[in-house]
Design a protein around this ligand. Structure first.
Ligand code: ADP
Length: 265
C-alpha cells in the first residue's frame, strides 16, 4: 500500500478555538515536531486530520497501546514464500516517503519504544532501523505529531522529560460552548437549540471532574447523543445512553448527572 492511500481527499471539518491553525502551519514550515495536549474526545485527532488535508500531506495515524514494541512503529522481518523480507512499519513509511505521522496517546506505548523517535525530533531527522542495520533519513516533508492526555498520567506513565522537550505543544480543551454547539450541530445534524442544551449538560458534567468523575462528557460523546436525538430518541434517553452510562458506574453520580440533564431541558 503506498503512502498516497493515506492522503485525505475530503476536508475533515474543523472549528478552530484560537490560533492553533496558524501555529501548526508555522511548526510544519520549520518541520518542528508538535505535541497536542488535552482530554480525550476534544478534537486533537480531527485537528491533525484537518491540518494534513490543508497541507496536502498524507497522514499516518498510530493508536499507541501498552503492548506496543519498537517493531510496531519501525517494521519487522516477515517470513514469506521466498524467505524473510523486511516490512516497514507505519512510522518508517511516513519518514521515508514524507508524510505526517501522528502517534495517538504516545504514553500508552512502553517508554523504551518512545526513545526511537528521539533522533527524528532533532536536527538529525534520522530513524535507525537497528534490526535491519539501516539509517533512514527523513524525507523533507516528514513531520511527527504526538497526542498526550495530561489528565491520565501517573508517575509510571508519563512522557520522559527528554521526550517532552523535543516538541512544540498546543493545549487542547473542550471548545467554548458556542463553538461546541456548532460542532455538535454540524457533526450530528441536530438543531442548534438542542445542541446548546447538550453543551450545558456537558458543562455540568465537566464541573464534576475530580469530584467523582475522572473526566466530564467529551465533545465526541455529545455528538453521539446528538445523533441519537436525530434518530428520534428524546434528550434524556440519548444522554443516558451516550453520556451517563458510559462515563460512570457510580449510582449516585449517575443520578447527579440525570438531574443535570433534567435541569437543562
Ligand atoms: P481526540 O483526538 O481529542 O480524542 P477527536 O478529534 O477524535 O478527539 O474528536 C472527537 C470528535 O469530535 C471528532 O470526530 C469530531 O466529530 C468532533 N470534534 C471535536 N472537536 C472538533 C472541532 N474543533 N471541529 C470539528 N469537529 C470536532
Amino acid at each position: 500500500m503506498s503512502l498516497e492511500t493515506y492522503r485525505l481527499t475530503e476536508e475533515p471539518r474543523y472549528h478552530p478555538s484560537a490560533d492553533e491553525i496558524a501555529l501548526y502551519e508555522a511548526a510544519y514550515e520549520m518541520r518542528l515536531p508538535v505535541m497536542l495536549k488535552g482530554p480525550t474526545g476534544c478534537g486533537k485527532t480531527r485537528f491533525v486530520e484537518h491540518m494534513a488535508w490543508k497541507l496536502g500531506k498524507p497522514l499516518v495515524t498510530v493508536a499507541c497501546h501498552e503492548d506496543m514494541t519498537a517493531s510496531d512503529f519501525v517494521g519487522r522481518y516477515l517470513l514469506g514464500a521466498e524467505g524473510t523480507y523486511w516490512q516497514d512499519g507505519p512510522l518508517t513509511r511516513a519518514v521515508r516517503e514524507g508524510g505526517i505521522c501522528y502517534l495517538d496517546e504516545i504514553v500508552e506505548a512502553r517508554q523504551d519504544t518512545t526513545v526511537i523517535i528521539h533522533a527524528l525530533t532533532d536536527d538529525r531527522r534520522i530513524l535507525p532501523l537497528e534490526k535491519k542495520g539501516e539509517l533512514v533519513r527523513a524525507h523533507p516533508d516528514f513531520q511527527l505529531v504526538i497526542s498526550y492526555n495530561p489528565g491520565y498520567q501517573s508517575v509510571l506513565k508519563d512522557l520522559k522529560e527528554s521526550t517532552k522537550q523535543r516538541f512544540c505543544a498546543l493545549d487542547f480543551d473542550y471548545p467554548a460552548a458556542t463553538i461546541e454547539a456548532n460542532i455538535i450541530a454540524s457533526e450530528s445534524g441536530l438543531n442548534p437549540q438542542d445542541a446548546q442544551r447538550l453543551t450545558r449538560i456537558a458543562g455540568k458534567s465537566r464541573n464534576l471532574r475530580g469530584k467523582g468523575l475522572d473526566e466530564g462528557a467529551s465533545t465526541r460523546m455529545l455528538i453521539h447523543a446528538g445523533r441519537l436525538m436525530v434518530a428520534g430518541l428524546p434528550i434524556t434517553q440519548a444522554c443516558k445512553f451516550a453520556v451517563i452510562t458510559p462515563i460512570t458506574d457510580d449510582p449516585e453520580m449517575r443520578s447527579t448527572l440525570s438531574a443535570a440533564v433534567d435541569a437543562c431541558i
